[in-house]
Design a protein around this ligand. Structure first.
Ligand code: UDP
Length: 402
C-alpha cells in the first residue's frame, strides 16, 4: 500500500509539507466517493490511487460503486454520449430506469459521511433519495461544453441540489448553473503499476508475452474501444504513415463494465484493419486490467497517438508524457491543458488525418525532436498532473466546505 512518504524524491518536498499541513486541519473527516465502476476508464484509475492515499494522510475516505445492470449502463452510456454533444431522444422509460437504479442503491447504502463526492452522471440523482445532512459535490469528468439540451435540463434538476460542481477545464463551466463550479485537473500516480519505472527485463518479458516485436517503430493508442476515441480514424492515419515508413500500430483497449459499446466498436476496427492485422502491422489487444502492459507500451512506443473526437481530460496522454514519449493528439477537451503544440507534443484538428500522419512521421524521422518533446512532457506532468497535486486540491475543497 502506498504512503505519502513514498513520493519523497519524486515530487517536490514543498507539496508534501503542504499536504500534511492541510490534512491536519481536516483530520478524521469521513468522506465517501461514489462512481459506477472499479475498473476501466480514468475515474476508476484515479480513485484507486487517491482513496488509499487520503486514508494514509488521516482522512477517512471510502469508495462505493453504484450497482447497475446492463440496461442501466446502456442508458447512462447514452447520457454520457449526449452530454458530449450527441443527438439523443430522452424517453420517459430511460429516465425512470435511471432513477430506479439510484433509488434502489440508496435503500441499502447509508451515507452518514461528512462529505459525499459523486462522480459523473450515473450516480448523480442519488442526492434526491437522501435526507441531505452534509455537503455533496458533483465531480463531472466529461466534456460539458456542448451538452444535449433536453438531457442537460433533466440532469440540472439534480445538479441544483449539490453544493459544488467540479469540472476538468474552464471550458466546461456552465453559465446556467446556480451552483459554485471549480476546476480540478485530473492526475496520475507515478508509483502505480501503470506508471512506475520498469526494468528492461520486465519490458522484454511483456513484449514477448503479447507478441509485440520492436523490429519496426511502434505507434500506439491506448483507449477504450469507443467512438469518441476514434480508433477507426487511427487506422486511416496509420495507412497514410505506412506509405512512407514501415511501422507498426498497437491499439490497446479495455472494456469498462459501465461501457456496453466496446465490443461492437472493437469488431468494426478489426474488420477495417483486417489486411494490416494479417500482415502483423496492426495489433489489436483487449486489455483486461493489465497495467504493466499499458506501462510497457507507453514506454516502448516511438509515438503515442490520441485521436479522440471528445476527451474530458485524457489520462492516457498524461501517462505517455510522464514516460517521456512524445504524443500527437487532438486539440480538443482536456488535451490542450497538457500539450503545448510544438513544445511537448503536437495538437491537431481531430479530423485532420493527413496532419496526424505528417506529425507522427516527423517524430519518427527526427529522434532528437522526439527526445526533446518527451523531456518537456515529463516536466509538465511533474509540475501539474501528479496525484500529490490532486490530493492537495481535494484537501482545499474539504477545508473550504467544512
Ligand atoms: N486504460 C487501461 N487499459 C486500456 C485502456 C485504457 O488501463 O486498455 C486506462 C488508461 O491507461 C487510463 C484510463 O484507462 O488510465 C483512461 O482514461 P482517459 O482519461 O484517457 O479516458 P476515459 O476512458 O476516462 O474516457
Amino acid at each position: 500500500m502506498k504512503r505519502l512518504e513514498d513520493y519523497r524524491g519524486i515530487v517536490d518536498e514543498k507539496i508534501l509539507e503542504e499536504i500534511h499541513k492541510k490534512a491536519e486541519i481536516v483530520r478524521d473527516r469521513h468522506i465517501v466517493h461514489i462512481n459506477s465502476t472499479y475498473q476501466g476508464g480514468g475515474v476508476a484509475e484515479m480513485l484507486s490511487s487517491l482513496v488509499p492515499l487520503m486514508n494514509n494522510i488521516g482522512i477517512a475516505t471510502g469508495w462505493r460503486i453504484l450497482y447497475g445492470n446492463p440496461e442501466f449502463f446502456k442508458i447512462t452510456k447514452s447520457f454520457h454520449n449526449a452530454l458530449q454533444g450527441e443527438e439523443t431522444i430522452l424517453r420517459e422509460d430511460m429516465k425512470k430506469k435511471y432513477l430506479e437504479v439510484n433509488e434502489n442503491f440508496s435503500t441499502f447504502t447509508h451515507l452518514n459521511h461528512d462529505l459525499v463526492i459523486i462522480h459523473d452522471p450515473q450516480p448523480l440523482p442519488l442526492i434526491s433519495f437522501y435526507e441531505k445532512k452534509q455537503p455533496w459535490i458533483w465531480r463531472c469528468h466529461v466534456d460539458l461544453s456542448n451538452p444535449n439540451k433536453d438531457l442537460w435540463n433533466f440532469l440540472k434538476e439534480f445538479i441544483h441540489r449539490y453544493d459544488l460542481v467540479i469540472v476538468s477545464s474552464e471550458k466546461y463551466k456552465k453559465k446556467d448553473l446556480p451552483v459554485e463550479q471549480r476546476i480540478v485537473y485530473p492526475a496520475i500516480n507515478p508509483l502505480s503499476p501503470k506508471n512506475i519505472e520498469l526494468s528492461d527485463e520486465t519490458i522484454q518479458r511483456v513484449l514477448k508475452e503479447f507478441n509485440i516485436p520492436l523490429d519496426k517503430p511502434l505507434i500506439t493508442q491506448i483507449s477504450r474501444f469507443d467512438k469518441w476515441k476514434d480508433p477507426e480514424g487511427v487506422i486511416d492515419v496509420f495507412r497514410i504513415i505506412k506509405k512512407s515508413v514501415d511501422a507498426r500500430l498497437v491499439l490497446l483497449g479495455g472494456t469498462a463494465t459501465d461501457d456496453p459499446e466496446g465490443w461492437a466498436i472493437y469488431e468494426k476496427v478489426k474488420k477495417k484493419a483486417e489486411d494490416l492485422i494479417r500482415a502483423g502491422d496492426v495489433i489489436l489487444i483487449i486489455n483486461d486490467g493489465n497495467d504493466i502492459l499499458v506501462n510497457t507500451l507507453q514506454r516502448v512506443s516511438r509515438v503515442v497517438i490520441q485521436k479522440s473526437i471528445r476527451e474530458g481530460f485524457g489520462l492516457t496522454v498524461t501517462e505517455a508524457l510522464w514516460k517521456g514519449t512524445p504524443v500527437v493528439a487532438s486539440n480538443i477537451g482536456g488535451i490542450p491543458l497538457q500539450i503545448e503544440n510544438g513544445v511537448n507534443g503536437f495538437l491537431l484538428d481531430p479530423h485532420d488525418k493527413e496532419g496526424f500522419a505528417d506529425r507522427i512521421l516527423q517524430l519518427l524521422q527526427d529522434q532528437e525532436l522526439a527526445r526533446r518533446m518527451g523531456e518537456k512532457g515529463r516536466e509538465i506532468v511533474k509540475e501539474r498532473f501528479l496525484i500529490t497535486r490532486l490530493i492537495k486540491d481535494y484537501l482545499d475543497i474539504i477545508i473550504s466546505l467544512s
